[in-house]
Design a protein around this ligand. Structure first.
Ligand code: SME
Length: 165
């Protein structure tokens, strides 16, 4: 599957499933020997961006009582998010993946860009099972994320888990 078709794929489509299937081994190879979590998050977001071309793909790390912006691909974004705030802070608080089909209908959504229409946030746990970071993806298409994305992104994020101490 070409990058262009993956970019046009709709949620839960065979094209998107195929794109994730091809991405899995590439991500594993890319991060296999990397021990530095920042380097790993940087290449993780770059490979996802190359494949799907979403509006914004990146990480926020738990630092004390806040999420702090980590490696990302896309336009500038807010650098700090409080516990329980926005989609990211809620995913941290509730320790679960959150899919937002329409960001305008999500109470408390933090708008970093007017082009973001839908969003998915996946928490990443450390060795002790505590949330250490979240992966945040914004799409400029409404309702762009489904169960295929939830499952595939949660699985991809497992590659990063051992790198968080
Ligand atoms: N929309 C997010 C903020 C981060 S940006 O989308 C990059 C939120 O509500 O937590």
């Amino acid at each position: 599957m070409s990058t262009a078709s993956a970019n046009r794929s709709s949620k839960n489509s065979a094209e998107r499933v195929n794109a994730y299937d091809a991405l899995g081994p590439r991500m594993k190879d890319l991060l296999d020997d990397e021990r530095d979590v920042v380097a790993a998050m940087a290449n993780f977001s770059a490979l996802l961006m190359e494949t799907f071309g979403w509006h914004w793909i990146g990480f926020y790390r738990v630092v004390g009582a806040e999420l702090v912006l980590g490696p990302f691909q896309g336009p500038v974004a807010c650098s700090r998010i409080g516990f329980g705030k926005g989609v990211c802070g809620t995913a941290w608080n509730e320790e679960r993946t959150i899919v937002v089909p329409n960001v305008e209908e999500y109470p408390g959504h933090i708008a970093c860009s007017p082009h973001s229409r839908s969003e998915i946030v996946v928490p990443i746990r450390d060795h002790d099972g505590r949330v250490a970071a979240v992966l945040d993806i914004d799409s400029s298409t409404l309702d762009d994320f489904g169960t295929v994305d939830v499952h595939a992104l949660e699985t991809l994020c497992e590659v990063l888990q051992p790198l968080f101490e």
